[in-house]
Write a protein that binds this ligand. Structure first.
Ligand code: NDP
Length: 242
């Protein structure tokens, strides 16, 4: 069986990614931190579509907790390993830099950037040893062009982009690819308070995107068809910035 872990499988984009990868035949580890009901709902949809999966819980900012949860999974699964990792869990706390409190900086860096280290390192060795792996990081337009009010979030996502490019070069010869997907404005919990009517005027597609449109690209990057794509950042933003 081929296993894929999607962090933040309880969220809008993560849920769509879980469903897409399940439809491609992966057994999905649907991850959540606080919203168990949403994770269970994602798993229910997977099962209804004839796929398989299980739920896993940890806080991506807690290095020890992530390690323990993934070690336990490994101990329960013998010689099997997680070959696809989608680092999707994320969090934004928008505030102008001049008023930003230390915790508003560090929580955003911890959740979006340090999580990449915390979740990737326990899985990387197995991918390298087995000579197959796909690591797909969900970053953001904010980490490419920078967005005012998001200095913390832009810094974190830009950090993940740098890490994507570096790690891709470390592990490419072991048939492990590391890529990033950079969504623009996507309709989820994270953007529910934004004024879509106003913001869509800036977007050539004239609308926000859907989680499924992000999931399609993640699915492609996880597929064999993407085996020669490594260290890339693919924009999914309706033409807002290319
Ligand atoms: P949601 O708010 O819908 O989902 C966020 C997910 O992240 C939830 O599953 C949440 O889990 C999880 N999460 C947050 N903090 C932690 C934590 N400390 N430990 C573990 N899990 C955590 O957001 P989206 O689906 O919109 O976002 C998914 C990704 O896409 C994020 O990385 C985001 O930055 C990125 N993105 C989103 C855009 C958009 O327009 N929506 C645009 C660009 C990038 P739980 O609820 O169970 O706690």
């Amino acid at each position: 069986m081929n296993y894929a872990l999607v962090t933040g499988g309880s969220g809008g984009i993560g849920s769509a990614i879980c469903i897409k990868l399940a439809q491609m035949g992966y057994h999905i580890l649907v991850h959540y931190r606080s919203n168990k009901e949403a994770a269970e709902n994602t798993l229910k949809v997977i099962n209804e579509l004839g796929g398989s999966g299980e739920i896993i819980r940890f806080d991506v900012t807690d290095h020890g907790a992530v390690k323990t949860a993934l070690q336990k999974w490994k101990a329960d699964h013998g010689h099997e390993y997680i070959s696809v990792l989608v680092n999707n869990a994320g969090y934004s706390k928008d505030v102008l830099m001049v008023w930003m409190k230390p915790e508003e900086w560090s929580e955003v860096i911890d959740t979006n950037l340090n999580s990449f280290y915390n979740v990737t390192t326990p899985l990387l060795e197995d991918m390298v040893v087995n000579k197959f792996g796909r690591i797909i990081n969900v970053v953001s337009l904010s980490g490419i062009k920078g967005l005012p009010g998001q200095t913390n979030y832009s810094a974190a996502k830009a950090g993940v982009i740098g890490a994507t490019k570096a790690l891709a070069q470390e592990v490419g010869r072991k048939k492990v690819t590391v890529n990033a997907v950079a969504p623009g404005y996507i309709r989820t919990e994270m953007t529910k308070d934004l004024d879509e009517k106003e913001l869509k005027k800036l977007i050539p597609a004239n609308r926000f995107g859907t989680p499924e449109e992000v999931a399609e690209v993640v699915g492609f990057l996880a597929s064999n068809g993407a085996s020669y794509i490594n260290g890339e950042v693919i924009h999914v933003n309706g033409g807002l910035y290319t």
